[in-house]
Design a protein around this ligand. Structure first.
Ligand code: HEC
Length: 135
């Protein structure tokens, strides 16, 4: 009987310790963006390369391939909606951002059939907030 009690107490202690380990969580908080500035070439174009260019040499009349994406986005009118795709310093009026932020404010969320991570969404927002530079 005493052995059983010790065994059960031991199991309880182990399970409490395990639940503490789970609480530690990842070191990098989800959604964090680099605080030393966003670079279009280093941070943004790779998001397009991995998630968008399957469809966006042509879908929505929008070519997001390297070398074309920047000039097709910044201060350019959307083809399917009324407004600019990217308004520098103003993500909330940039259709590119509203198409990925889950708001469905302009038709389907992009990437169609998938989604970006919180970090990727925040990087695009931060790039626009920092002036949507071609850097
Ligand atoms: C599976 C195909 C597919 C993928 C992947 C995809 N798109 Fe699209 N996209 C479309 C289609 C189809 C349209 C046109 C219909 C619409 O506006 O929702 C479109 C439209 C858009 C528009 C509006 C263009 C305009 O001028 O009206 C934007 C902005 C856009 N996509 C951004 C993106 C971004 C950014 C990604 C990657 C994160 C992405 N898309 C991934 C299919 C796709």
């Amino acid at each position: 009987m005493k052995k059983l009690f010790l065994l059960l107490t031991g199991l309880l202690v182990i399970s409490i310790l395990q639940s503490c380990y789970k609480d530690i969580g990842p070191v990098e908080p989800e959604g964090e963006v680099p605080d030393n500035g966003i670079s279009f070439g280093r941070d943004i174009q790779p998001i397009f390369d991995q998630n968008c260019i399957n469809c966006h040499p042509s879908s929505g009349n929008l070519d997001l391939r390297a070398g074309n994406a920047y000039n097709n986005l910044v201060n350019v009118d959307a083809s399917g909606y009324s407004g600019k795709l990217v308004v520098p310093n103003d993500p909330d009026n940039s259709i590119l951002y509203k198409k990925i932020d889950g708001s469905n404010a302009y038709g389907s969320n992009m990437p169609l059939g998938g989604s970006l991570s919180a970090t990727q969404i925040n990087m695009i927002k931060q790039w626009i907030t920092e002036g949507a530079q071609n850097n």
